[in-house]
Design a protein around this ligand. Structure first.
Ligand code: NAP
Length: 472
């Protein structure tokens, strides 16, 4: 495919191949953008931002809503593209495409709701004859940088709110999975988005990222990806707004009163979908010693039931990892944990880019498999004596994106919600759950700011304060 910059579809002689992670075959190519291409995109976005800011909320709503209608008709086609470039099974890709459609529909609604509020200035001592109110205006140019693992859904969380707020957006999708984003741009253009207001630049983040993120024309960066790249962007961005949606090693606590069959099913869904390549995958299970053995038996059965293979075939429950070197890294971390005393209960094998669903017990928090983000199909179980130990271990990490507890005890549940350092807290379900309208984002090294169209719009707009100094 071509990239979309300067208000048109553009090709370049230097290309990057997009590979099918299961077969290794080339499914398409994309242009490798240069720093000059970034300059073109920035200049164009200046014009795009002016055009968008002049549109009424309803005009923006009409365009974005139309995109959601077109997407609804093309969910199957979008899902096929996701599976081909990313490697997740078709059922998960279909869910991603449907949810992406919903994000765009939610964003369209937000375009109608940009508002301010009256500030009761005369509530302050000695203030008389003043009337104050706030107004929200678009930031201007938004840069949206997305990771490989949700190539459509996470792009929609950036482009939908950015355009709803009246900004222009420059997208920089992951180089491994750029096709879904490019197809989405086609749909936005088909629905009538001004071509200067939506651009998608393809190429290596390490080559074009700094020029894009450091430019003063850019007023807002919304980034989803690894902590390392997120921190790098924060350093190069300078004084501008940033939203950082970064990684995690999410904990799940099981108390002795939990329904173990339900936990085992939820933990399997939460730990292994998309081969564990989800930022809120369950990675660390902290099981009360009274149910530890029974839980392991129930969970092992679930894990061994996850078949691997070609993600496009309906019988496959888990596909490949995105790159072979990631599968190799995960396998090395598993071996290292076993050498340090962890017990391999299931899986532990690698065949090319496929890593079998793996379950370890006797995991210690200092093992890499627990302390770092695995981002692969591995879950580690640790036995704990009580709720205090479980919460202390849950918090024994730099991350804080999602955490879960299974219990029927309201006091344990509320203690967990208050004391675990995490942006998302699940009671009686696994860590991997998200409704796209909710505020979503991490604490500590898992990030800054919130996504979810209503909340992203707040982060992509500036609040101005107006004060009328009235005559008596
Ligand atoms: P990544 O390596 O950090 O890449 C993310 C994006 O950043 C890609 O588009 C990449 O481009 C770009 N990039 C790389 N270097 C850059 C630079 N110097 N300046 C600007 N952009 C740059 O992450 P990934 O491997 O694709 O995704 C996995 C990570 O994302 C995991 O840590 C996961 O937890 C996190 N994640 C978080 C959330 C969340 O909501 N919190 C959701 C999903 C994923 P290239 O592809 O060209 O390198």
């Amino acid at each position: 495919m071509k990239m979309h910059i300067g208000g048109q579809w553009v090709d370049r002689s230097e290309k990057i191949e997009v590979l099918n992670p299961f077969s290794g075959s080339v499914i398409d190519t994309i242009p490798r953008a240069s720093q000059q291409d970034v300059e073109i995109a920035l200049k164009t976005a200046e014009r795009g931002a002016e055009i968008m800011a002049k549109m009424t909320g309803y005009e923006r709503y009409e365009i974005i809503h139309k995109v959601s209608e077109i997407m609804t008709e093309r969910v199957e086609e979008l899902a096929q593209t996701i599976t081909l470039e990313e490697g997740k099974i078709l059922a998960e890709a279909t869910m991603e495409a449907s949810r992406a459609t919903e994000i765009i529909a939610l964003s369209a609604e937000e375009a109608k709701r940009l508002s301010g509020e009256v500030v009761p200035l005369e509530g302050g001592p000695g203030v008389k004859g003043k009337f104050g109110f706030t107004i929200r205006i678009p930031c201007g140019i938004v840069v949206g940088i997305s990771p490989f693992n949700f190539p459509l859904h996470l792009v929609c969380h950036k482009v939908g709110p950015a355009l709803a707020s009246g900004n222009a957006i420059i997208l920089k999708p992951a180089t491994d999975t750029p096709l879904s984003a490019l197809k989405l741009v086609e749909l936005f253009l088909e629905a009538g988005t001004p071509p200067e207001a939506i651009q998608c630049i393809t190429g290596a983040g390490s080559e074009i990222g700094d020029v894009l993120c450091s430019d003063k024309l850019v007023r807002k960066i919304t980034f989803t990806g690894s902590r390392e790249v997120g921190e790098h962007i924060c350093h190069t961005a300078g004084l501008k707004r940033v939203t950082m949606e970064l990684g995690s090693n999410s904990p799940l606590i099981i108390m002795p009163d939990a329904d173990l069959e339900k936990v085992a099913k939820a933990a399997a869904a939460s730990g292994y979908s998309n081969a564990g390549q989800v930022c809120i995958s369950t990675q660390r299970i902290l099981a009360h010693e009274k149910i530890h053995g029974d839980f392991l038996d129930a969970f092992k059965e679930q894990v061994e039931d996850i078949s691997t293979g070609n993600p496009i075939e309906a019988s496959t429950k888990m596909g490949p990892m995105i790159r072979e070197h990631d599968a190799i890294r995960v396998n090395q971390w598993v071996e290292e944990a076993v050498n340090e005393g962890a017990e391999l209960i299931a899986g532990g094998e690698r065949n090319g880019q496929i890593h079998t669903p793996t379950l370890l017990s006797n995991v210690k928090s200092e093992m890499k498999i627990s302390s770092d983000e695995v981002f692969g199909p591995v879950v580690g179980v640790t036995s704990v004596d009580n709720i205090d130990e479980a919460i202390a271990l849950a918090n024994d990490t730099d991350y804080g994106l999602s955490a879960a507890i299974f219990t029927q005890n309201i006091n344990w549940a509320m203690k967990f919600a208050r004391e675990v350092d995490s942006g998302n807290l699940m009671v009686n379900w696994g860590t991997q759950w998200r409704a796209d309208l909710m505020p979503y984002g991490g604490l500590k090294s898992s990030g800054i700011g919130k996504e979810g169209p209503k909340y992203a719009v707040e982060e992509m707009t500036e609040l101005k304060m107006v004060i009328l100094h009235l005559d008596d």
